[in-house]
Design a protein. Sequence first.
Length: 367
Amino acid sequence: MTSPQASASFDARPLTDPVDPAAVRAFTSALRSRRTSGPTASTIIAIVAIALAGIVLLPILVSAVFALAATSGSPTAAAIPLALLVLVAAGVGALIWMGVRNGRIRRYRLHRFAEANGMTYEPRIDDPPLPGMIFHLGRSRLATDLVRGTTPRFVEFGNYQYTVQSGKNSTTYRWGYVAVKLDVPLPNIVLDAKGNNGFGSNLPASFQRAQRLSLEGDFDQLFTLYCPEGYEQDALYLFTPDIMARFIDNAAQLDVEIVDDWLFLYTPRRASTLDPATWAWLFGAVGALLTKLDQWARWRDDRLAAAHPGIAAPAGGHALPFAPPAGMLTPPPGVAPQGRRLKRTGTWVPILVMIGVAVVWMLSRWN
């Protein structure tokens, strides 16, 4: 992937140019031939549901037509509801066909867009093995429309969804994300963007307040930064004023998570889309950050020095802002256990919502 160096350098024409139906069919056939497994669970459920509906409804429909013909004495009058039902069924079928057709065209456009920009396209991955906070929640975890690049480093744009069961009800949550591979593992740091929050944070996890770190300038007005306790100086090393400026200018509407050797950008809307403006925004954000990520590769956690006798920790700080001189031993790449994951706490928003519902219910009963 060479295009995210600047938002104006990518080719967005495949997203909007007319498509050749024959090329779409050929691409769809190629995708189908690549599939190593059988039909997905959702496809099987849809087929079974349609079959059961036909088995149950057809006898009822035939019985209703004969009953109406017997009571009205007019076969023509009895045929009217049947004709209406046929028209409704045809309309539903047309909508289903259009949905399938549009889905095939969308996948073909994204494939051509990826090709035009030196990237690759993958239609879906079940339960993607990524360490970000959104990827281990609920069930039916699915990433779709993945656009990937490998130069100058691995970057993946995708859409993600998972389902959370609550009693008899279930809710499906959807995210867009960008995953960027880093050179070394780093402490778990989260930037909660205030610009995309509603009633409280929109993130699916909440973190202990003791882990909040205030940074200088306008950064605190746009982000809430969380880092593990004891890693405040490391966070200041990673988020230098120039890097903070990049996040302010290019990623103020994106939630950010650093975990292991990954950087994730999260958005509550689709990231992999046919909208050129969305790609310009995301390519611009990624391109602005890529030019600064190389300096993060020099970070070392001197807490690991105790586990490696003979390795000297750098004096005066937790991080090395420069490559060590020849002969100077430093801790190996990695993060001590206490810095690998933020400490979480229960979210208070659902509790407040439940209390509000209970209050409304009691007031309605009293009235």
